[in-house]
Ligand binder design. Sequence first.
Ligand code: HSE
Length: 275
Amino acid sequence: MVTIRVPATTANIGPGYDSQGMALNLYNTFTFEKKDVEVDERNLIYRSFKYLYEKNNLKAPYVEIKVSTEIPMSRGLGSSASCIIAGLMAANEMSGLKLDKKEILKYATDIEGHPDNVAPALFGGHITSIVNKQVYYSRKEVNNNYKLYVLVPDFELRTVEAREVVKKEVKLEDAVSNIARATLISDALYNGDFELLKGAAEDKLHEPYRKNLINDYDYFKKICENNNAVLFISGAGPSLLVITTKDNSSISTVLKESNNSEFNWKVYELEVDIE
Ligand code: HSE
């Protein structure tokens, strides 16, 4: 039997659309056991498992898969990425192929389409990544000056829907703004400069469109602005990522006490998973 534990991830971090993500300390744990059982071939975990075998000209065995979940599903916290990584990692172990994680990342990106969730799910920490024939990435630790919260509502948002509203063509000035801000956010996460993070937080490519799909976005945005915290849409949403400093003692209470909306937002206080 093989057990694989995969962390939640929060992708984009504002201006880093489709290219940045962080691993968080909420986990899905998967067990795989070879058994002659009927397998649902559409299941993302099994599809990923089989993908690795087939790409290496091997026949995938039937397996029984059990999952214990902490990561909320369809909420922009990388639950699909966790299934992909688990399937690939289990296949890597059970097949005896022993591919390194860089190769696993390539397969995971082929399946997911973009590496911003699967890369931190695999390596932990904060990762910037691109695809240019292969996947190039840079992994950094996140400074422990920060405190992270994730707000999770009781409604789902399908990633396809949240991607459809994003404009396919952008203004040059918006592209320039995002390039600079994504770079600064990456630096600020690493060096702990919260003022820099705050100053660079505005995204021009996806949040202006997606916020309309997320009830209470403006409400929580205002609360964060008034309490020295920065708010981003987590991945494709609808969860929201809040970043503030360790010494901001009031924000946790403010977030919990402001939460009287009909959408029953759950407040998670989380840390970056460093694998
Ligand atoms: N970067 C992706 C998005 C994450 O924002 O749509 C979800 O897969």
